[in-house]
Design a protein around this ligand. Structure first.
Ligand SMILES: [Zn+2]
Length: 166
């Protein structure tokens, strides 16, 4: 007995598909939230997965790549700012200040790890745009480690954190 997909047959099917791939107005809502909003079962949403138009899936992937680019840019800016503080502390031979900024640096690297992990988890079926696979990532980590050469402790901490996410 054949069954009509309740999602495909839904009057808001377009909006539901946008929500599922994460390019709708509400960002990337959970399956449960989509199901509740449109009066569908989570099982119906799961069954519907293969019915999402390829064009929409591709659009979501393009959006995700753009998002990863934004993140890399954002992180580069942060790294530059923290480096300016580290330079200032070094110029003033301020040990405690230097350590504080090195700790901040480490926090940002951990945040980067978290973001990379989320991109991996949420990546759509065919293309996983994990930040660590982004072409800019290798250059970014090289730049960070290069800038930290004079700071043995911080360099070690960052290298360790990077190894954890790679
Ligand atoms: Zn369907």
């Amino acid at each position: 007995m054949s069954q009509v997909c309740t999602v495909c047959a839904h009057e808001d099917a377009v909006l539901i598909n946008e929500d599922i791939v994460g390019i709708g107005e509400r960002g990337r809502p959970s399956k449960r939230s989509i199901a509740a909003r449109y009066g569908l079962s989570e099982q119906a949403l799961a069954r519907h997965k293969g019915h999402i138009p390829q064009l929409l899936v591709k659009a979501a992937e393009a959006e995700e790549i753009a998002h990863a680019d934004d993140l890399v840019h954002e992180i580069k800016t942060m790294v530059g700012r923290v480096r300016a503080f580290i330079d200032k502390a070094e110029a003033a031979s301020d040990g405690p200040e230097f350590r504080a900024h090195a700790a901040e640096w480490r926090k940002q690297v951990e945040l980067l790890a978290k973001i990379a992990g989320e991109l991996q988890v949420e990546g759509t079926s065919t293309t996983n745009v994990a930040l660590i696979h982004h072409p800019d990532y290798a250059r970014l980590s090289d730049a960070i480690l290069g800038a930290l050469v004079p700071y043995e402790d911080a360099r070690y901490a960052v290298a360790e954190a990077l190894r954890e996410i790679e």
